[in-house]
Ligand binder design. Structure first.
Ligand code: BG6
Ligand code: MG
Length: 222
């Protein structure tokens, strides 16, 4: 039987591996140094957003002011702490079942790409042992517009040579990413337990255990 889903695009942070708390921790460390505090709710708004977009949002919400140069230094520092946090990352840090699903897609010959707003994506992928599995990889270094703009996903779909975006699933844990998937005309599948994802995505899954194409098609199309 031919599959209705012709391709998949994966976000990385919070979809294939649990880096979200590590970004949060690193921003909080920066906050202690420069004078802001970040609530879990504020942190949620940073999900999917690029480094500079995140910092600008934090600064705005904290009513602080910094020069461009200071902001560069702050991002550099935050990233250094984040990289220390992921130094020991390995295949063990993949979400359970994620690798099985990627292997399943490979066996089914359904192409898949990575589309992450992070400039660290390739480092993380390599640590997770996944860099050779993806047909196409796009990250924060490849785009000028971050999520919720669909640029990353559109580039990934083009790279997979798939023209009908309504046949491609985007897996995303962030509201910004789900919005980008909708804007680009993709099937938006939320990953995680956030109720906002449930409201906005075509479908949400809470983990990768037991997920395969048949399961997704049944939930999406019947
Ligand atoms: C996204 C994360 O994948 O990457 C965001 O969801 C993060 O939280 C963004 O801010 C940019 O990350 P980096 O690794 O380039 O600082
Ligand atoms: Mg994410």
């Amino acid at each position: 039987m031919e599959e209705k889903i012709k391709g998949c695009i994966f976000d990385l942070d919070g979809v294939l591996t649990d880096t979200v708390p590590l970004h949060y921790k690193s921003w909080c460390l920066l906050g202690e140094e420069v004078g802001f505090s970040l609530t879990p709710d504020q942190n949620k708004k940073l999900k999917g957003k690029g480094r500079l977009d995140s910092l600008n949002l934090i600064i705005k919400e904290s009513n602080l002011n910094f020069s461009e140069r200071e902001k560069e230094e702050m991002m550099e520092k935050k990233n250094r702490w984040f990289l220390e946090e992921i130094e020991q990352f390995s295949t063990e840090n993949l979400f359970p079942g994620a690798l099985d699903f990627l292997v399943h897609l490979t066996e089914k010959q359904i192409p898949f790409a990575l589309a992450s707003g992070s400039k660290n994506a390739k480092i993380i992928l390599e640590k997770l042992g996944l860099q050779k599995m993806f047909q196409c990889i796009f990250d924060g270094n490849d785009v000028s517009l971050g999520k919720p703009d669909p640029e990353l996903f559109v580039k990934a779909a083009d790279c997979l040579s798939l023209s009908d975006r309504a046949e491609i699933i985007v897996f995303e844990d962030s509201v910004a990413g789900i919005e980008a998937a909708h804007k680009g005309g993709f099937i938006a599948v939320g990953f995680g337990a956030d109720p906002e994802l449930k409201e906005r995505a075509h479908l949400t899954i809470e983990n990768w255990e037991g997920v395969d194409i048949e399961y997704l098609e049944n939930r999406l199309f019947s």
